[in-house]
Design a protein around this ligand. Structure first.
Ligand code: ARG
Length: 457
């Protein structure tokens, strides 16, 4: 059944029909098409375009279509052009000719946009829930590893000492921003296009306020030309996904590096690692590599949407149908990543002694020694120079920073006194950190409290 056969003398080419049909991918919107049809039928009865009896008939038929969907008796038939025509067809089977009254005053252009918005609202809720789940796992692991020291890096070179707990909280705040972004996306998707017609409204007195309430939208789109063709809410959603993925890639990259025998900071769970068919010793971090790999598709999908939109004029154009191919593909990938990530994450075990070894090797108390001298009145650039010299001599004399005695330190600057000794160990340095975002233990506890509060919001 075609929804537009009247003006055509010739039949559509079979191959072109298959080429143009979207049922293969928009079938996933079936449930939302039924929801919109229910609301639409109720609205038509309110404006006297359906009698009460007709409404009951249509509603009952929609129940049957829904049951077909649940029992998998409704399938993406090849003979359907899209989800709207498939449901319309099935509705006709159950309600007969009265169903032909239903599509009055509306176009598939506004329908598809409405249904994608409804669907995206649910997807966003699901994603936010899953991000929260990952955040909770991060908080648990950060609490468990609050006192485990590790070196922090810049340029992947040892920089200053910190704790695993504080380091893991850095992931938490990235995800917190992702959550906010997704909530913004939901708000953007929460405008209702119905009433816009194909592009310029309708002469039928559609009760848009009623539809808005019935479908749980928070507002009605302002302009019919814009409403039927804009896809900004999809762009925002894909941007939020791309951003989230970039964050998950960073975590993945950290764990891939930290799990190599060269670092050996952590043990990856066997259940989420793979071996080599040739080299029996291998334990590879494939999960994290695949998160990185799949991100290519996700960022490419965002690009695809932008490219799709950049070349079309105002009003609906069929190009827009392709938006869903990218959108749905990305939703499935991100969803499966968000499903697995928390499980893999919570199985990671950190290796305290290996991290400690690198702390000692990396001379990472240098900054605090220079700051110590600065606090004693040595201009910072001079203090930096003095500590630089100590490091240089350590290298040539094969000494280690933590083995330096007060006498040796004094030979570099008279400002070194006994209270410098704690600054030769990560414990001592951490306790002397002064700023609220630092890994100092009280600061960390405060950060942890606000993170717990944020995740329960
Ligand atoms: N399958 C179409 C899409 O996804 C629905 C809208 C069709 N509109 C039209 N004028 N052919 O965009």
């Amino acid at each position: 059944m075609k929804l537009w056969g009247g003006r055509f003398k010739e039949e559509i080419s079979d191959k072109f029909f298959v080429f143009s049909s979207s049922i293969k991918f928009d079938f996933r919107l079936a449930e939302y098409d039924i929801i919109v049809n229910r609301a639409w039928a109720k609205m038509l009865e309110r404006i006297d375009l359906l009698s009460q009896k007709e409404l009951i008939r249509i509603t009952k038929a929609l129940d049957e279509v829904q049951e077909d969907l649940q029992k998998k008796r409704l399938r993406p038939e090849e003979s359907s052009e899209d989800i709207h025509s498939l449901i319309e067809e099935r509705l006709f089977t159950y309600a007969g000719s009265v169903s032909k009254k239903l599509p009055v005053g509306r176009s598939r252009n506004e329908l598809i946009s409405t249904e994608v918005r409804l669907y995206l609202r649910d997807v966003v809720d699901e994603f936010v829930m899953k991000i929260k789940n990952l955040q909770r796992k991060i908080l648990a692991k950060a609490t468990e590893n609050a006192k485990i020291f590790m070196p922090y890096f810049t340029h992947l070179q040892p920089a200053t000492p910190g704790t695993v707990g504080h380091f893991l909280l850095s992931y938490f705040w990235k995800l917190e921003r992702d959550k906010k972004f997704f909530k913004f996306v939901k708000e953007e998707a929460n405008s209702m296009p119905l009433g816009s017609g194909a592009v310029g409204g309708t002469t039928i007195p559609i009760d848009t306020e009623f539809l808005m309430r019935e479908l749980g939208f928070s507002k009605i789109c302002e302009n019919s030309v814009d409403a039927t063709s804009e896809r900004d809410f999809i762009i925002y959603f894909l941007e939020a996904c791309a951003n989230l993925q970039v964050h998950l890639c960073l975590i993945s990259e950290d764990f891939v590096i930290f799990s190599t025998p060269a670092f050996d900071f952590l043990e990856l769970p066997e259940a989420f690692s793979t071996g080599s068919s040739l080299m029996p010793q291998k334990k590879n971090p494939d999960f994290f590599e695949l998160v990185r790999g799949k991100t290519a598709k996700i960022i490419a999908g965002l690009d695809a949407l932008l490219l799709l939109l950049k070349g079309i004029p105002s009003g609906y154009n069929r190009d827009l149908q392709e938006d869903k191919i990218h959108l749905f593909g990305i939703i499935d990938e991100v969803n499966s990543i968000l499903e697995l990530f928390p499980n893999v994450f919570s199985e990671i075990r950190f290796k305290e002694s290996n991290m400690k070894k690198l702390i000692e090797k990396g001379e990472i108390c240098a900054q605090s020694l220079a700051e110590y001298l600065a606090m004693k009145g040595v201009p910072f650039r001079c203090a930096h120079e003095i500590v630089g010299r100590i490091i240089r001599d350590n290298e040539t004399l094969k000494r280690k920073m933590q083995d330096l005695t007060l006498d040796v330190l004094k030979s570099y600057s008279e400002f070194f006194t006994a209270d410098v000794i704690p600054l030769l160990s990560p414990e001592g340095i951490l306790e002397q950190l002064q700023t609220p975002s630092s890994p100092q233990s009280l600061s960390f506890e405060a950060q942890l409290r606000s993170a717990y509060a944020a995740v329960e919001e």
